[in-house]
Design a protein around this ligand. Structure first.
Ligand SMILES: [Zn+2]
Length: 334
């Protein structure tokens, strides 16, 4: 069984999950010819996964059978499990049995389909699936934070080459996220507008890091990008968390994401990346708080990092965000 342990020295938490060692790794170059007949995420192989939690299906197809667009199943090699909510104290040592939800969202029934190849329908189905799962897990009051993320490619930490997204719901808010949302609320209190609204307004004025926009949503390379070709998508108005987002806004976001992924793939060809969808803490109405905005962050993993980055939490990015944005916009001059 996994454990969530409190790191008193750094005021942070770590998940100790020996189960994760059992994961097969089929993304390494030498084994990447993994057969679709052996892939548990492929259309037709539904019996190879635990029973589905949710799916977007067409033509009334039966659950756990072919005919789906997206499919959500419990992670077989889970970092945390929903069944065990106990917290323990033992002197300086504080830990939880690894309580939480760990789900895999199978983004597409097609094996070799990178997010950079998705069309609007794929992207919208994916966003609707994320919205549905966060909405459902919000009702479990033991879960106070949900991490929604994608790893695509070996260099981004993926061990499964079939395109998928992960959701981990935790009984605590990780330190970095606690700090992020606290600063968001403080900014709102001091400036009477959200931090993301200020950043996007200033990026619009500066122009040089803007990439594209759809309706309320803007894509830009952040001024202090940690990763080369990092892209952030945010909205000046659209509050909070994915499960509060309207169909209209979801449609705009899908359209912008398709555009951004295509632009990244034009510049970087086949590239590994991490993607993160913001989720304010649950349970304290944070998702309705006007300080927070829906944010999607795309982090291409062109370089590996080492001791300095781990030691200092400071990334070294060799590509100026202004140059990245210019290339992504497709500017030929200036
Ligand atoms: Zn597959």
């Amino acid at each position: 069984m996994s454990e969530i342990r409190y790191d008193r020295l750094h005021d942070s938490h770590v998940i100790i999950a020996p189960e994760r060692l059992q994961r097969p790794d089929n993304t390494r170059e030498e084994t990447s010819v993994s057969l679709e007949s052996e892939c548990p995420f492929c259309d037709g192989n539904e019996a190879m996964t635990p029973k589905e939690i949710y799916a977007i299906r067409e033509n009334d197809s039966l659950s756990n059978h072919p005919g789906w667009q997206t499919r959500v199943v419990p992670n077989l090699y889970k970092a945390v499990a929903i069944e065990v909510p106990h917290q323990h104290h033992n002197g300086a040592f504080e830990y939880w049995d690894g309580f939480g939800a760990h789900e895999v969202i199978i983004d597409t029934p097609v094996h070799y389909r990178s997010m950079t190849q998705w069309n609007h329908h794929d992207m919208l189905s994916w966003l609707r699936t994320l919205r549905e799962r966060v909405d459902d897990l919000r009702r479990d009051h033991r879960i106070t934070f949900i991490s929604l993320f994608k790893n695509e490619g070996y260099d981004a930490g993926s061990t499964q080459s079939h395109c998928h997204t992960q959701l981990i719901g935790l009984p605590l808010v990780p330190k970095s996220q606690r700090d992020f949302y606290r600063r968001s609320r403080e900014y709102m209190y001091n400036h009477n507008r959200s931090m993301m609204e200020s950043i996007i307004s200033d990026e619009e004025d500066a122009e040089i890091r803007m990439i594209d926009k759809r309706g309320d949503f803007n894509a830009f390379c952040p001024f202090a990008s940690s990763y080369p070709f990092e892209v952030m998508i945010g909205s000046k108005k659209c509050v909070g968390q994915i499960d509060t987002v309207s169909d209209e806004h979801l449609d705009e976001l899908a359209s912008l994401l398709v555009s951004v992924m295509q632009k990244l793939s034009i510049q970087l060809n086949k590239f590994a990346f991490n993607l993160w969808v913001s989720t304010p803490p649950l349970g304290d109405e944070s998702h309705l708080c006007d300080a927070h905005r829906l944010i999607v962050r795309i982090m291409p993993r062109l370089y590996r990092f080492g001791g300095f980055e781990i030691n200092t939490d400071m990334m070294i990015n060799p590509v100026e965000p202004e140059l990245a944005a210019k290339l992504l916009r497709g500017d030929n001059h200036g």
